[in-house]
Design a protein around this ligand. Sequence first.
Ligand code: GLU
Length: 375
Amino acid sequence: MEEKKRDFHMFKRFVVKVGTSSINHSNGKPNLFQMENLVRQIAGLYNQGREVILVTSGAVGTGAGKLGLSGRPKTIPEKQAAAAVGQGVLMHIYEKFFAEYGVTVGQVLLTREDFSDRRRFLNARNALHAMLQFGVIPVINENDTVAVEEIKLGDNDNLSALVAGLVDAEMLFLLSDVDGLFTADPRKDPAACLIRDVQEITPEIENLAGEAGSMGTGGMATKLQAARMAMHSGVVTVIARSGGKDVLREIIDGEPHGTVFWPLANKLENKKQWIAYSSTVQGKIFVDKGAALALTRQGKSLLPSGVTDVDGVFELGNTVSIIGPDGHELAKGLVSYSSGEIKKIKGAQTRDIARLLGHKDYDEIVHRNNLVLNL
Ligand code: GLU
């Protein structure tokens, strides 16, 4: 693959995500050396006039350690309780270390709903921007104590990519206990090589993640999901090992650590990023072959004439999944009509909408500006 020049000096806004393995010893106690090292590096970037947002894991692990549990808690309430204890411990340590470098931090705990509800999404964005303006480093984690399954993101890799999109960051660091993405499992295969640059996440690359995940480094699959999201959001992503003394600065200076995922040339505009990655799908619209081609090949809007069926109950402005005649999702989009209205106008011509509904606010069921083809 073609080598791209690594020079990230001009970047101003960074999201740094650090995994549990870098925050906790295996007994759940905080790894103070690593945490201090990370804080020192982030404070260094901050002192250069850069903005940094830290996404940190380790609440559940630290809480479990504090509660004297052996291993990770098993039930959801136990995890929630451990997170409540551990999050406080983590913040205490971060605050102490950052204060030594004269940096103020603020805790932000998010759930999926803070991204999927457009108003909450914009509120979260305003809050984070205000913190950055005050010169505060936001320290973010998932709100594990209240996030039950339906509203949970589940992993901080995806959370950090959503945050990078939310704040329009230029670069996302996914720091953990792996050096990056390899061509094979480096612990089993001495010929395995670090992949330095990824410009497209192909099925072959996804297969590598499967192997990496099974070697217990954990979470290469979620790192690739995060990298894919970031690539479509115009964010440079680097997967690298957290242990190095000055790894953040070295990567920014162009040293060859880790795997760099390069943003795509045609990044999605902010609203489309939100439709693709943050919003919650409320229903399905099934379309015929002609409509499928018009959407995917010609970049057209979805009109009532191409709709064959509707599934679910949704309102104007909700996100739906658009399903082609082969049963596969083609796109996601925001609807201009409710599910009840679409049932009445499906298959009809645009000129008949007013007669069938008694009103016509839009010609399209999903306007192309509100539509994102499957990525
Ligand atoms: N939010 C979880 C925690 O702080 C970590 C999730 C993850 O590591 O991806 O324990």
